[in-house]
Write a protein that binds this ligand. Structure first.
Ligand SMILES: Cc1ncc(COP(=O)(O)O)c(C=O)c1O
Length: 414
């Protein structure tokens, strides 16, 4: 456990373009090894509870040793021993210096922006972002905090990013591959542009996960994660995290999380640690299943488009090959006939489950036009590739033949 206290940071975090991540022993271990060992060794467990697995410490307060010595952790809103292990493990998997959890991925995003931007500042991003992120960007922050968001015209063109950044820009935010259109952004190119303005790049790595893509290896400074999705893998916990320089994560912890939220609770943190142990195995299977399903859909006469970074027809296939180890576990496809056809197909599924969220062991479908991205204008949806007939499919760990059989019978209803 760290002996560190950084209560009430007075100077807000400042991006240091020359910041070099310290090389930790974890960096030398393989991904699978880090997902099992980072942050906890049995020899480090408490003397009376020497254990093979990390302990769940549900205490929400931590006694003072004496009048002058503030314990660390001091209170469960900002740190618990179990959550501390999870944070260290997430940092090790992403290759970042430190991590900080939050009650959900959306809360992690909120806490990050709330901490680093002030009224009059702006954040540069695109329309290729998840629905709750869009709502924070289009309405919550501008209307309630005076923090503005600029959506770049052409996310594939570095000049388009450059054009939107000015002296008031505090953050550049990329989601790649994006939810739900699976747009792939060139992390290195956008990092170079952001850094030329001394602005940090945050990459939302929720859809790929560190098992498939490590944005920090391409110049990202900060990582946003929803633990709720693939990291947990079965829709049993809500959680999120920010990975980045420690002075940033501690600024958020002590100046925002302390007041408007909380880190993940100990039991959920412990569950996340168990689930992370199988992340690389699961992402391999999600990716191979999704590739098979994508290839099936791509030749189906009722399907006009399949968005999947593992398909050669994907607009950024070469880029995906460069920055991703596999295509990941999510695709989206457009059926002929708009909303009525999407309704028919989704209501006809016998195996595939209609629900929000993705990254679960069971295959899930969702209709972005009417569910997650309903607050976008039609023009914004057109730009973001959210067609009325677009169906998002989070491909699970079932036998792929069964998923295809279900898709086949549902599409036959059109
Ligand atoms: C790409 C991405 N990032 C972050 C989030 C937010 O995650 P959570 O549901 O844990 O708030 C989502 C949720 O859909 C997402 O799709």
């Amino acid at each position: 456990m760290h002996e560190k206290k950084q209560f009430f940071i007075r100077d807000p975090w400042k991006f240091d373009p020359n910041f070099q991540r310290p090389v930790t022993p974890n960096d030398e271990l393989g991904f699978e090894t880090r997902s099992l060992h980072a942050g906890f060794r049995p020899s480090e467990s408490l003397e009376r509870f020497r254990a093979f697995v990390p302990p769940i410490v549900p205490s929400m307060t931590y006694p003072y040793e004496n009048f002058d010595k503030i314990p660390y952790p001091v209170y469960g809103r900002t740190k618990t021993p179990t959550t501390d292990i999870l944070e260290q493990r997430l940092a090790a998997l992403e290759g970042g210096q430190a991590a900080l959890t939050a009650g959900s991925g959306s809360q992690a995003l909120f806490n990050l922006i709330f901490t680093i931007a002030r009224p009059g500042d702006n954040v540069v991003t695109t329309l290729n972002i998840f629905g709750e992120g869009y709502k924070q960007a289009a309405s919550i922050f501008p209307e309630r905090c005076g923090i503005h968001f600029r959506f770049v015209e052409d996310p594939a063109d570095p000049k388009s990013w450059d054009k939107q950044i000015d002296s008031k820009t505090r953050l550049v935010w990329v989601e790649t591959p994006s939810n739900p259109a699976l747009f792939v952004t060139d992390i290195q190119a956008v990092a170079d542009v952001a850094h030329s303005h001394n602005v940090p790049l945050m990459v939302d790595n929720t859809t790929a996960t560190a098992a498939i893509q490590r944005p920090m290896d391409f110049g990202a400074d900060i990582i946003l994660l929803s633990i709720t999705k693939f990291l947990a893998g079965n829709a049993t916990i809500l959680g999120g995290a920010i990975v980045g320089p420690e002075d940033l994560t501690e600024d958020i912890r002590w100046n925002t999380t302390e007041f408007v939220g909380a880190i993940m609770p100990p039991f959920d943190s412990w569950l996340a640690l168990q689930y992370l142990e199988t992340l690389s195995l699961r992402m391999d299977k999600h990716s191979s299943n999704t590739q098979i399903v994508a290839e099936f859909l791509a030749q189906h006469p009722q399907v006009t488009l399949v968005n999947y970074p593992g398909l050669k027809t994907h607009g950024q296939y070469d880029l995906a090959q460069k920055q991703m180890k596999a295509g990941g576990g999510m695709l989206s496809f457009i059926v002929k006939g708009g909303i009525p056809s999407a309704r028919t197909v989704m209501d006809s599924f016998k195996l595939v489950i209609h629900a929000v969220t993705f990254g679960t062991s069971r295959t899930i479908c969702m209709h972005p036009r009417t569910i997650t991205h309903e607050h976008m204008t039609q023009a914004e949806r057109d730009k973001a590739g959210i067609d009325d007939g677009l169906i998002r499919l989070s491909v699970g760990l079932e036998n792929p033949n069964d998923i295809i059989a279900d898709l086949e019978q549902a599409l036959a209803k059109l």
